[in-house]
Write a protein that binds this ligand. Structure first.
Ligand SMILES: O=C[C@H](O)[C@H](O)[C@H](O)COP(=O)(O)O
Length: 242
């Protein structure tokens, strides 16, 4: 319980710091990521709009059903990529961030829409608590790299990834539902537990996995984020630049 309180405080601090820095009167369109940390970012944007009377015309583009509901619950203006394909800044969480700012994302099942929205943004800013910071991937996050796949292809994709890069890939199943987790896009998820000690070139790995027929997207975000705000246990914020 204390851990959750401490982690939430760290997430909130990172979110508030990043929003105050990057969501300004010049920001017309903001992309909203998914996960527990983003909740604090949306709360902060709403506070600025509804309490401070700032950011009056800001449009929020969601990266998942969760983000869509968050935007609506906070009475913010909901946008979409059809009308707002040029996003000023995209704010999102991450499951792990390495030294070169490669991210693992998708622990909560959202990654395909996240990557699409992120790719439309001039800047991607990451917000996270201190447990997400690592020197190399796999140090902190032990659930593997999420990969969204067409349901029909989950077995061949799993086998191809294991053959190409080693490790072990598993279909993600739900706790409160029988059978596999189905994403916002009607796909399945594979969690690939790579070989922790092996040196991977994440850009190459990402490109190769994306090329396997049936793969919709990977949870590897390479060369996308420009800054990461980590809320630390001691109440400070650590900023990592690309
Ligand atoms: O699928 C979920 C998203 O990629 C999240 O942004 C990621 O899992 C981080 O989530 P949280 O802020 O809850 O740690």
């Amino acid at each position: 319980m204390t851990d959750k309180i401490a982690l939430d405080a760290a997430k909130k601090l990172a979110a508030i710091t990043a929003v105050d820095q990057w969501v300004t009167e010049e920001t017309k369109v903001v992309g909203i990521g998914s996960g527990s940390t983003v909740v604090f970012a949306v709360e902060r944007i709403a506070e600025r709009v509804w309490k401070d009377g700032a950011l009056a015309d800001i449009i929020c583009v969601p990266s998942s059903y969760q983000a869509r509901l968050l935007i609506l619950d906070h009475n913010l203006t909901l946008g979409d990529l059809d009308r707002h394909s040029k996003i000023d800044v995209y704010i999102d969480g991450a499951d792990e961030v390495d030294n070169a700012m490669v991210l693992i994302k998708g622990g909560g099942g959202c990654l395909l829409q996240e990557k699409i929205v992120a790719s439309c943004a001039k800047k991607m800013i990451v917000i996270a608590d201190y447990t997400k910071k690592s020197l190399r991937l796999g140090e902190q996050w032990c659930r593997g790299i999420p990969i969204e796949v067409s349901p029909q292809a989950h077995v061949p994709v799993k086998l191809k990834i294991e053959e190409l890069f080693g490790g072990h890939a598993e279909l993600r199943v739900a706790l409160m539902k029988a059978g596999p987790i189905v994403t916002d896009n009607g796909n399945f998820l594979i969690d690939w537990k790579f070989v922790a000690k092996r040196e991977y070139n994440w850009d190459e790995v990402n490109r190769a996995i994306t090329m396997i027929p049936g793969v919709m997207e990977t949870g590897l975000f390479v060369d996308m984020a420009i800054k990461c705000y980590f809320g630390m246990a001691d109440g400070t914020v650590k900023v990592q630049n690309k």
